[in-house]
Design a protein around this ligand. Sequence first.
Ligand SMILES: *[C@@H]1O[C@H](CO)[C@@H](O)[C@H](O)[C@H]1NC(C)=O
Ligand SMILES: *[C@@H]1O[C@H](CO)[C@@H](O)[C@H](O)[C@H]1NC(C)=O
Ligand SMILES: *[C@@H]1O[C@H](CO)[C@@H](O)[C@H](O)[C@H]1NC(C)=O
Ligand SMILES: *[C@@H]1O[C@H](CO)[C@@H](O)[C@H](O)[C@H]1NC(C)=O
Ligand SMILES: *[C@@H]1O[C@H](CO)[C@@H](O)[C@H](O)[C@H]1NC(C)=O
Ligand SMILES: *[C@@H]1O[C@H](CO)[C@@H](O)[C@H](O)[C@H]1NC(C)=O
Length: 570
Amino acid sequence: MGLSSLLIPIFSLLLLTDHKLVFTESTQPPYSCDTSNPSTRSYSFCNPNLSIAQRAEDLVSRLTLDEKLSQLVNTAPSIPRLGIPSFQWWSEALHGVANAGPGIRFNGTIKSATAIGTEARGVYNAGQAGGMTFWAPNINIFRDPRWGRGQETPGEDPFVTAKYGVAYVRGLQGDSLHGGRLGKRLKASACCKHFTAYDLDHWKGIDRFVTVQDLADTYQPPFESCVVKGRASGIMCAYNRVNGVPNCADFNLLTGIARKKWNFHGYNTSDCEAVSIIHEEQGYAKTPEDAIADVLKAGMDVECGSYITKHGKSAVLQKKVPIHQIDRALRNLFSIRIRLGLFDGNPSELLFGKIGANQVCSKKHLQLALDAARNGIVLLKNTEALLPLPKTNPNISLAVIGPNANASSLVVLGNYYGSPCKLVTLLKGFQHYANNTIYHPGCDDGIQCASAEINQAVEVAKKVDYVVLVMGLDQTQERESHDRDQLDLPGKQQELINNIAKASKKPVILVLLSGGPVDITFAKHHNKIGAILWAGYPGELGGLALAQIIFGDHNPGGRLPITWYPKDFV
Ligand SMILES: *[C@@H]1O[C@H](CO)[C@@H](O)[C@H](O)[C@H]1NC(C)=O
Ligand SMILES: *[C@@H]1O[C@H](CO)[C@@H](O)[C@H](O)[C@H]1NC(C)=O
Ligand SMILES: *[C@@H]1O[C@H](CO)[C@@H](O)[C@H](O)[C@H]1NC(C)=O
Ligand SMILES: *[C@@H]1O[C@H](CO)[C@@H](O)[C@H](O)[C@H]1NC(C)=O
Ligand SMILES: *[C@@H]1O[C@H](CO)[C@@H](O)[C@H](O)[C@H]1NC(C)=O
Ligand SMILES: *[C@@H]1O[C@H](CO)[C@@H](O)[C@H](O)[C@H]1NC(C)=O
């Protein structure tokens, strides 16, 4: 069956039936430079005929010291005297517009989201975003397979990661709109993170020792591409130290390399609390004021946190921070806000101001989510053409077994996600193809599988024609601040797989959901494990994508983005 002829009925069946978005009158976000306000109309920073740099310069020159300091943290308050509304620098969007940071709220007309650039604007225009600076993509190199945040990245290869970074940034910032020549305007602002050599975030301390060559060959190329080719408007310096120097306080890295060599013109933010950590945990700076002086001097522009709110004034009074460094940071920050069109009067009359709530969770974007899931799934083994399963036989009986077989949205969405527009569970996907589908979780306690119902699961498996085992990991095993120490499947998962494979009529199909790799050497040569698929964390339509692949409506062409090492590698 042709793809599109299959998709449309499934979409109408699975996507559109209980997908009720009610578009009511939205709250317009506040804006500066209201042209009907005679007191602000005269400000040079409101004049779109001047350059961005001139406008930012003018704006900064009007601020008092307290106003200046107030703007150097992610929650920047309003400056009513100049008609400047508040701005939230911290929003997340790694897996769709996300409410993981304080910037995005799904409490209005828009309750969910999927794609990023256009939807980010849509959410902002509906008055549900405090800002439009998104702290994604994560383009760190996934070198150590145990890294809990490896799931956020496109893998271990600097070349692939660089390509991904450029595509992500251009798409989100709206550059692709005009053949890459959008100029200075931003649809939304992307931020390449975490600069640099940041992998394994909770692994025996936070220092990294990296040779100059490894930096040049491996860790820096994605950042260089992100800035030079993607023209990213943001960079985030990482928590870790590189060769003893905290990234956010590394002048050579931030200013020497990024600004001067790569000609970076955006803003740079600290990772959250990274400034306080420099004093409080790493002891690199002797006092809070020194930490602030260090980061501003190195070239950081905005702090995620409130250390500058607390200690910024005393840092200035102690003459540790010169005003010209504060002004530089502010010029970078306001330049971004100006480029986002927030100082051009009523945004609803401007370029991106007309992107409405109806462009959020649109059919086109759901199709994109489905395509991404389908193209990301990797076929690792398929002996004797076990796959695809025969979808033409309506009587086929299927058992879908395992702790991830009916994985919740918390599992399939990975991390840094928003509310999905429409979630198709893996189980629902299978049931769509085979009415006679039996589900059994296999483990009593979810993915850790300390206790398994092996005998009952084996009985289920014996009864059916085909068995799909859905195993792997979830955020309890790998996440931010939680790296793994080994690569085995958790608990009794392997024992469960082996017992079911032994008892089933035909070889089984093993599906793994995980961000990082697991050691499945045991399954590789097992003659009763006929097929193995890796599905990552496939997102809201992953259930549909996986079923389409297993039943042959889509050919899996994905490739592993990271080497799957045997466990003794660690
Ligand atoms: C900007 O330039 C246009 C065209 O020259 C002019 O009509 C407009 O008044 C100028 N706007 C301001 C604020 O100076
Ligand atoms: C949504 O949440 C924000 C922040 O908590 C709040 O200011 C706003 O009033 C809420 N909007 C609605 C419609 O509840
Ligand atoms: C951060 O901004 C300052 C201001 O120009 C700059 O000196 C520094 O190099 C920037 N950092 C990065 C990573 O670009
Ligand atoms: C499906 O089952 C019905 C009833 O048992 C049987 O008549 C039919 O032939 C079966 N179809 C196939 C394709 O096996
Ligand atoms: C499942 O059952 C429904 C109605 O009972 C039927 O319309 C549909 O074709 C069946 N699907 C398959 C794959 O057998
Ligand atoms: C599968 O999970 C969904 C929620 O994610 C739940 O509503 C449903 O009952 C579960 N199905 C089974 C068979 O347990």
